[in-house]
Design a protein around this ligand. Structure first.
Ligand SMILES: Cc1cc2nc3c(=O)[nH]c(=O)nc-3n(C[C@H](O)[C@H](O)[C@H](O)COP(=O)(O)OP(=O)(O)OC[C@H]3O[C@@H](n4cnc5c(N)ncnc54)[C@H](O)[C@@H]3O)c2cc1C
Length: 469
């Protein structure tokens, strides 16, 4: 059995933090010791956590910090996971890929926890059984699902993962969570440089896409647009940028949408193509085909006193020199194809949990954390952090046969990079804006850039993953 080593703050990370904020360094210094209250809950029952990323580790640490004699098994194939928010900074040349790699052995204490290094192939919640890829049969009394998202590049006709990083095609998302690589992020940084080289001779046509599925980090498609446009602007260069999104606006909150419209004015010729979903690509001929959905005015309806709107669709082909693709995304197939998934509606295929309690709506001994949850807002690490205490509190209540107490407010966060050195820190919940600091939250600020680039990753490692925050 591996001897787990507790996550301690490295000298390098401490210096990074102190350079940014003595307060934050103080918080961290005090929290990397044994500041966690003694586990006090005397509950019984076998808990299985499925997944080995942000949500799984956060919930595991919180359960270990809370339950006196825990009986916990974690099923995850990956020894390492990535600090995924850093992929955008790798794509923009601000971080190296190696800085994102996190060793799961630091958090999964195998003296206290059983770790099955495999994937769950089948969920059988009617019998409280899981089947792994190696055909091992695992039983549980309580289950936490933290399996995240799967990318479906192959759903875009003509595209495969192998095309990323070639012929002007990139995608900052592409990673192999099992192998712990983020090929898409490093390819994107090369793409930035190729784009700059091309812009020296002519104005290249650059397309940035956003698909018609839920995606993790909803702001990332625009982050890549503004960072690459700023990368050229700093050299006095520009391009013809097209943001082709299946959405109908730049952001759901009006104040932030206005701020993004202002951001776009800083860059030369950004054209927004709303309700455009990438369906096919010819990577050799450099042509992208979108399905454009729109509606036209029909007959006047006397009863409703309004015109009937008739939905239409058309295929639109756009030529490009460079394209940044955000793939269609779905819950991992083992969940999507199981009884645990929503069987219909807009969340079909995602884990059917209650949006406030994060408890499964039909299987009361099952909870969800992170991106896999079929709830209205936020597939972000920030949301997963807020899910942690809700899941643990409510799971303990179920184990004690008590009424659920904890309520998730829908918190999510999107650090929108509008240029190098500036971020709009969009924090919101089910009710609307939810800024953590009393500042006009729609304004781009350098302080958020510094916070996101230098502080969040150490906070993730030393506070969030060990369940201290
Ligand atoms: C480019 C990019 C930028 C982002 N930017 C931000 C940001 O700025 N702010 C922010 O808060 N968030 C951001 N995020 C989102 C954030 O990283 C995710 O929301 C977060 O990692 C979700 O955690 P998770 O545990 O749900 O999923 P993951 O961390 O993806 O973990 C899922 C885990 O489940 C495992 N797994 C999958 N299937 C199975 C199975 N069948 N059996 C067992 N294990 C399985 C996988 O191996 C993996 O370990 C970004 C993400 C990306 C990709």
């Amino acid at each position: 059995m591996n001897k787990p080593h507790k996550p301690t703050l490295s000298r390098r990370d401490a210096i990074k933090l102190m350079g940014i904020s003595p307060i934050a360094a103080g918080v961290l210094a005090s929290s990397t010791g044994s500041s966690i209250a003694q586990a006090s809950e005397d509950v019984q029952g076998k808990i299985v956590i499925v997944g080995g990323g942000a949500g799984a580790i956060m919930v595991l640490s919180r359960l270990l910090n809370t339950i006196k004699n825990p009986d916990i098994t974690i099923i995850a194939p990956n020894e390492i996971h990535l600090y995924q928010p850093g992929q955008v900074f790798v794509g923009a040349g601000e971080l190296k890929f190696e800085e994102l790699v996190i060793d799961n052995n630091r958090y999964i204490d195998q003296e206290k926890v059983t770790w099955i290094k495999d994937e769950v192939a089948q969920f059988d919640p009617d019998n409280n059984i899981l089947i792994t890829r190696a055909r091992e049969r695992i039983t549980y009394e309580y289950l936490v699902v933290a399996t995240g998202i799967e990318y479906h590049y192959e759903k875009i006709k003509g595209l495969s993962k192998e095309d990323i990083g070639k012929n002007g095609v990139t995608s900052v998302y592409l990673s192999d969570l099992e192998k712990g690589t983020a090929h898409g992020a490093t390819a994107t940084w090369e793409w930035f440089q190729e784009l700059k080289k091309a812009a020296k001779t002519k104005k290249p046509k650059v397309i940035y896409t956003q698909p018609n599925t839920a995606i993790k980090c909803g702001g990332a498609p625009q982050k890549m647009l503004y960072l690459s446009a700023d990368y050229l602007k700093q050299e006095g260069l520009s391009a013809e940028y097209t943001f082709a999104t299946n959405g109908s606006k730049l952001f759901s909150l009006p104040a932030i949408e206005k701020s993004l419209e202002k951001t776009q004015e800083r860059y030369d010729t950004i054209t927004n193509k709303f309700k455009h979903n990438l369906i096919a690509i010819d990577t050799k001929g450099k042509k992208a085909t979108f399905e454009h959905n729109y509606s036209v005015k029909g007959e006047w309806d006397e009863d409703l006193e309004e015109y009937e709107m008739i939905p239409q669709k058309e295929e639109v082909v756009m030529e490009y020199d460079f394209i940044h693709i955000v793939p269609p995304m779905a819950a991992v197939s083992a969940v999507a194809n199981s009884a645990l998934a929503w069987q219909k509606g807009s969340a079909k295929g995602w884990l059917e949990v209650d949006k406030y309690s994060l408890q499964h709506r039909r299987y009361k001994n099952v909870f969800g954390i992170g991106d896999v949850c079929g709830i209205p807002k936020g597939k972000t690490g920030g949301s997963a952090r807020h899910h942690g205490p809700i899941v643990v509190g409510n799971l303990i209540s179920v184990m004690k046969n008590q009424k659920l107490q904890e309520v998730f407010d829908g918190y999510t966060v999107c650090p929108l990079k509008t240029q190098y050195g500036e971020i709009i820190m969009a924090e919101f919940n089910y009710k609307g804006p939810a800024p953590s600091f009393p500042l006009a939250f729609e304004k781009p600020r350098w302080i958020w850039w510094a916070f996101d680039l230098y502080m969040l990753e150490p906070m993730y490692k030393y506070l969030m993953l060990p369940g201290r925050m």
